[in-house]
Design a protein around this ligand. Sequence first.
Ligand SMILES: NC(=O)c1ccc[n+]([C@@H]2O[C@H](COP(=O)([O-])OP(=O)(O)OC[C@H]3O[C@@H](n4cnc5c(N)ncnc54)[C@H](OP(=O)(O)O)[C@@H]3O)[C@@H](O)[C@H]2O)c1
Length: 269
Amino acid sequence: MTGEHSETVLITGASSGIGLELAKCFADDGANLILVARTTQALEKLADELQQEFSIKATVITADLTQSNSAAKIFADVKGRGLTADILVNNAGFGLHGAFAELPLKRQLEIVTVNISALVELTGLFLPGMLARKRGGILNVGSVAGFVPGPNMAVYYASKAFVQSFSEALHHELRGKNIKLTNLCPGPTDTNFSQTARMFRTRRTSVNKMSAEAVAEIGHEDFCAGKFLSVPGSANKLAAIAPRFLPRALVRRIIGHYNKLAPTGSGSA
Ligand SMILES: NC(=O)c1ccc[n+]([C@@H]2O[C@H](COP(=O)([O-])OP(=O)(O)OC[C@H]3O[C@@H](n4cnc5c(N)ncnc54)[C@H](OP(=O)(O)O)[C@@H]3O)[C@@H](O)[C@H]2O)c1
């Protein structure tokens, strides 16, 4: 299929992991892509590969979403190139492992900026166009972490709780407007996430992880089917539902244990 007359999908965090795999899924549909992240070289390599394999058009926009004006710059850049984002994938995000008081505050505020502020701002900038065209979609990448409090990763879990609540409210507001909204909530996934979050000695690093490819394929399929909540994998589905039936104090203890530093030499990478 040629990408000439198809939809255009803007994906943040497309340089690696789940975002990169989502780009492949949408390219396979014949969609044109706007690939956003900080690492230009990785984006250009992906753009070249996908253009060749799927005969689509892929545009690269280098942006650092910790910068407060980045969403506005991306929006202006898209407009300036004469492009339209029919679908917005808010995937870029990261976490940081450790006790809140012991982690650099500046870096934790950057989690809020990337995972929350940029997601809200990009949504606010691109949604009016979708509403005017009476079609489009938003795929937000949340996490099963959004369903529980996360001792030793407090800001990250709270940021994903925001994504969950915001997405759910927006999904309700968009009823009957022909605009899809999906909240993709992966559990542990084999990407650069753990390394960026410096989760070198947590129990989390030793659990079975899904591949980014499998997560993206499920998220993409659920988005196309118009599902609001997409939780890939049965273990993750259980992790998303079980906390509703457990006392909150117990949930905090379980997650705190899961995110605790494992003793040195315990084998978890
Ligand atoms: N892996 C997991 O276990 C897991 C579980 C649940 C949810 N998630 C969520 O899945 C999403 C994707 O993460 P991933 O697992 O695929 O990890 P990843 O491989 O580290 O990918 C993160 C992506 O976000 C981009 N990004 C990070 N900081 C950025 C910034 N300041 N400005 C622009 N782009 C930035 C990165 O690109 P550059 O470095 O090139 O900028 C990269 O493309 C995140 O929202 C994460 O919270 C992951």
